[in-house]
Design a protein around this ligand. Structure first.
Ligand code: SER
Length: 324
């Protein structure tokens, strides 16, 4: 981290990515340096006791401004968002939170001459017109979900703030994120996390997409690595200011089930596709992230085998302690 970076704000810090990214940032840069901001969910004990925590509604510019001034923030990881499945149930809310939240953060960052902003985009920017296998970074973006619409618009907004207003905003398009600490809420790729919890607790899972559904995914250590690597990369290396494709692995639900059965042979998965199948079918099956690999040396560390082993180990321990 450069000397000028002094205080980091993480919005959406109680969410799936935020809860683990905040802890990692605190480990690296010091607990008091990283302010965690949540809105609805209560912070975990770990998040609450390891550094400052504030309640911030990102749709209220004044609330963002207040926390930025209180802690003299100069770097923001803006993660607060409504995900794809909830967004299809309430598109107005998705637009409100995702667009106004990002706009407020960018405006406050510009007004306070911030050093850097990180904002995650998603594979949801792609629609059926884009190639579904090895989807390239630069291709047609016609998403079918409101979540995807907000991510495309958000990418364009970030690009504008960089080109026109000189704000150093950086972004990656995350695939589905798999993690063992905080469950995701309201996404289409949530099945790839739920399946582990249910396999360990009940040895059964009813999946809301078909077994042959293939989507790009990433394990949490790589998700955190992508954000921090990108934020620490030298300015001259970051050529793309919309968002970089990144990925960790791609698998069908059937392949994931087979991998889990290596540890829990009696595990059974049933399939009852719902409205989320259509969303999954409109997204890429695999991602070409060669531009990120070339420009800022992106390299994931976990594939399906390594991720499954780690998830099963971590969740089994928590189950044994009675905290799952
Ligand atoms: N995991 C997200 C979702 O399913 C994709 O960005 O909504």
């Amino acid at each position: 981290m450069s000397k000028t970076m002094k205080r980091i704000l993480v919005t959406g810090a109680t969410g799936q990515i935020g809860s683990e990214l905040t802890i990692e940032l605190r480990k690296r840069y010091g607990g008091d340096t990283v302010v965690a901001a949540g809105h609805r969910r209560k912070p975990s004990e770990k998040l609450f006791s390891s550094g400052p925590f504030e309640y911030v509604d990102v749709t209220q510019k004044g609330e963002v401004e207040k926390v930025v001034e209180k802690y003299d923030i100069d770097t923001i990881y803006h993660l607060a968002a409504v995900l794809s499945a909830v967004g299809e149930k309430n598109p107005q809310l998705a637009w409100h939170v995702n667009m106004n939240g990002l706009y407020n953060v960018l405006e406050v960052a510009r007004e306070h001459s911030m050093v850097r902003v990180f904002w995650p985009s998603s594979i949801a920017v792609f629609g059926p017109e884009a190639p579904r296998i090895n989807t390239p970074q630069d291709t047609v973006l016609i998403p079918r979900t409101m979540y995807g619409v907000t991510k495309v618009a958000g990418e364009l907004l970030c690009n504008y703030y960089f080109l026109r207003l000189g704000l150093d905003v950086r972004s990656v398009r995350y695939p589905g994120i798999i993690s063992s600490e905080t469950p995701p809420g309201g996404g289409t790729t949530d099945y790839a996390v739920e399946i582990f919890y249910e396999a360990i607790k009940k040895k059964r899972y009813t999946c809301f997409v078909r077994g042959d559904t293939v989507l790009p995914m990433m394990y949490m250590p790589d998700c955190i690595k992508a954000a921090i690597d990108l934020m620490e990369a030298d300015l001259s290396r970051i050529k793309c200011r919309t968002s970089y494709n990144v990925t960790g692995m791609s698998f069908s639900v059937g392949e994931l089930v087979a991998e889990i059965k290596k540890y829990i042979p009696e595990f059974e998965c049933e399939y009852m596709p719902d409205f989320r199948q259509k969303i999954a079918d409109s997204w890429p099956m695999s991602i070409d992230d060669s531009v990120a690999r070339e420009e800022w040396s992106w390299k994931p560390t976990h594939d399906l085998v390594a991720m499954t082993k780690d998830m099963i180990e971590k969740l089994t321990k928590r189950f044994a302690k009675g905290s799952l």
